[in-house]
Unconditional design. Structure first.
Length: 252
């Protein structure tokens, strides 16, 4: 994926990592379409950042995904990059069903079914482009778990393996797969995370992501240095120690 000259759709990017990445990619000379559920946020983004297009989309709703995809492709026929950014993270207690079932269903619907449905909506179009990229978003917690967020960890582990599998299956097409693997970043993903000393400052994260994209355009995973503590804990033979350290610390 070249860092400039693309037309990029980023659903789930009205705040946090998604919005910051959208702005950074736009500044690099890409055409960027921001997607989100709340029209007032989309209107604010469009007014504050001329040149960025917006579309309403709810990635938990198959009909909304289909409608948004048709609109984006119609208005931007040269679309060649999808970033499946939308995600939620909930603290859960699995001792009793009331502590996790509704949350788990919501997390899986957003974090796993959402990207699957997005890919289904755009895959025919992307394969017609000379070069196209699907960017998925997993997490360091896909590789080393945080005990209070089981469904989130599982959804991101599934995204990692989905990405690995699609990279193999689509190797005979013009579509490449790239996986963004964030650490804890100072956003509102969980209450208190924005103020956490454990979380990586958002501007530092985006700057490092953009540097990686520029220096390694063909790379399979976008890994900032801070996430490698989690990403490679098992490879280093330190999995149990890192799990213990992560879950004894206060990540928020």
């Amino acid at each position: 994926m070249n860092i400039t000259g693309n037309t990029i759709f980023i659903p789930g990017s009205t705040s946090g990592i998604g919005l910051a990445l959208a702005l950074a990619l736009h500044d690099k000379g890409n055409t960027v379409i921001v997607g989100g559920r709340r029209t007032e946020l989309l209107d604010d983004i469009a007014s504050q950042h001329p040149g960025i297009d917006t579309v309403q989309i709810d990635t938990t709703d198959p009909a909304s995904i289909s409608s948004a995809a048709a609109s984006v492709i119609d208005k931007h026929p040269d679309l060649n990059v999808i970033v499946a950014m939308a995600g939620v993270m909930h603290v859960e207690d699995w001792h009793h069903p009331d502590g996790f079932l509704n949350s788990a269903e919501a997390v899986i619907t957003t974090n796993l079914l959402g990207p699957i449905r997005l890919i289904a909506a755009f895959i025919d179009h992307l394969q017609k482009q000379p070069a196209a990229t699907i960017v998925t978003v997993s997490s360091g917690l896909a590789f080393t778990p945080l005990k209070i967020t089981p469904s989130y960890n599982a959804s991101k582990a599934a995204i990692h393996m989905l990405t690995e599998s699609l990279r193999l299956q689509l190797s005979d097409t013009s579509v490449s797969l790239k996986e963004l693997v964030p650490p804890s970043v100072a956003t509102d993903l969980l209450p208190g995370q924005r103020e956490s000393s454990f979380a990586m400052p958002l501007d530092e994260f985006i700057a490092e992501v953009m540097q990686i994209l520029q220096s390694d355009p063909g790379g399979k995973e976008i890994q900032v240095e801070r996430v490698k503590f989690l990403r490679y804990s098992e490879v280093r033979g330190e999995y149990d120690d890192v799990v213990r350290s992560l879950n004894e610390s206060d990540p928020n």
